[in-house]
Design a protein around this ligand. Structure first.
Ligand SMILES: NC(=O)c1ccc[n+]([C@@H]2O[C@H](COP(=O)([O-])OP(=O)(O)OC[C@H]3O[C@@H](n4cnc5c(N)ncnc54)[C@H](O)[C@@H]3O)[C@@H](O)[C@H]2O)c1
Length: 344
């Protein structure tokens, strides 16, 4: 039985606990939140009557001595929670983003390394079936090597809470999903970025609800991102709307169920090269999916077998480097280099 303490009992903790309910061999032995009433409410809701409830993670870890910490706190508290977990010899599965600054991200990775503990991030868009299908389809070479990737993200949620107060909210709290998915789908490593943020006149966010970025992915491959959390009307999917252009065709994904591809065939149609539809194969049974549930199961397996999980912090920091590169560019007005030194 793997014992875990869950820190942060806000909105997202419900998704975690719904997933945890479905997993055998996992016991929640503690619930922590700065707001004790929230932790107690989750305990009642999920019938965790034996769980120790507290407002201090250190104190609950001292008392329960778990194998792992599940971190679902706000990004600003990520470092504090990680250091507490590792100093108690716990493995750590953390919500995205891995950290709220480049220095804190490096400090967390370093602390995991020196404690010799597994550290992984819930970068759950990788565990979406269509993301896996697209990666395999592109890897197969069916439409040649990708030359550009384009993602549009336009939704208008009224969250309240920490998001309406934080800086660079779209880049830091949401775009990390899209950036990580882009990096994964085309197996690219970002080299540089130019980004501009803006605040619509009607914005209900403090700063950074909207951003547009152009990344260079090496070998001339470009990734363009346009997004806003303050865009009413014609809402896109939370997964974004995608177009991937390759040497011999293109793929589009509406972010829901429609993944379509066209491949170049011999001949011309007036000005244009001829294309025809090509099937994007269904999900390969070997591919891991299932959002939070899949990630938690893979984390547990990594802990049990001592292997590194796919969304390990030391790799995820490269996706986070795209976020911080975009923020640096937005702040300076200049193209920012994205360091290949991040992670390993
Ligand atoms: N993976 C996803 O799809 C996804 C979706 C939504 C949110 N998230 C992430 O989940 C995290 C939490 O988001 P949320 O919507 O649940 O926020 P929330 O504000 O609803 O909940 C966060 C909770 O953390 C608690 N907290 C803050 N600092 C703490 C500390 N030091 N110790 C213990 N508790 C502390 C707060 O009191 C609050 O109850 C964020 O990082 C967010 O980006 C991920």
């Amino acid at each position: 039985m793997m014992k875990v303490v869950l820190a942060g009992c806000g909105a997202m903790s419900k998704h975690w606990l719904d997933a945890v309910k479905q997993i055998d061999g996992l016991a929640v032995v503690g619930l922590v939140d700065l707001d004790a009433e929230r932790a107690q409410a989750r305990g009642r809701e999920y019938a965790l009557s034996n769980a120790v409830i507290g407002t201090s993670l250190d104190a609950v870890l001292d008392q329960t001595k778990p194998d792992a910490v599940f971190d679902i706190v706000v990004p600003a508290a990520r470092l504090e929670v990680a250091l507490s977990a590792f100093s108690h010899n716990c493995h750590l599965l953390t919500e995205k983003p891995l950290a709220d600054s480049p220095d804190n991200a490096r400090a967390i990775i370093e602390a995991a390394r020196s404690a010799g503990r597994i550290h992984a991030v819930v970068q759950n868009r990788r565990y979406v079936a269509n993301v896996r299908r697209i990666r395999r389809f592109l890897d197969s070479g069916a439409i040649g090597a990708p030359t550009s990737i384009h993602a549009d993200f336009f939704v208008a949620p009224h969250f309240g809470g920490f998001r309406e107060e934080m800086a660079h909210v779209l880049l830091l709290d949401m775009a990390i999903h899209t950036f990580d998915a882009a990096r994964y789908m085309v197996a690219g490593e970002p080299a540089s970025v130019y980004c501009q943020e803006w605040e619509p006149a009607n914005s209900w966010y403090r700063q950074g609800s909207s951003a547009s970025a152009v990344f260079e992915f090496g070998g001339g491959k470009v990734f363009t991102y346009a997004g806003s959390w303050c865009a009413d009307g014609f809402r896109t999917s939370w997964e974004s709307e995608w177009r991937i252009v390759a040497e011999r065709g293109s793929l589009t994904w509406d972010g829901h169920d429609a993944v379509k591809a066209e491949v170049v065939v011999p001949g011309r149609d007036g000005l244009f090269g001829k294309t025809e539809p090509i099937e994007v194969p269904p999900l390969d049974p070997a591919d891991r999916v299932g959002g939070h549930l899949g990630i938690i199961q893979d984390f547990m397996q990594a802990v049990e077998t001592g292997t590194e999980p796919e969304t390990r912090g030391a790799d995820n920091i490269r996706s986070l480097a795209m976020v911080f590169g975009a923020i640096e560019s937005a702040e300076t007005g200049r193209r920012a280099t994205i360091s290949a030194q991040e992670g390993q």
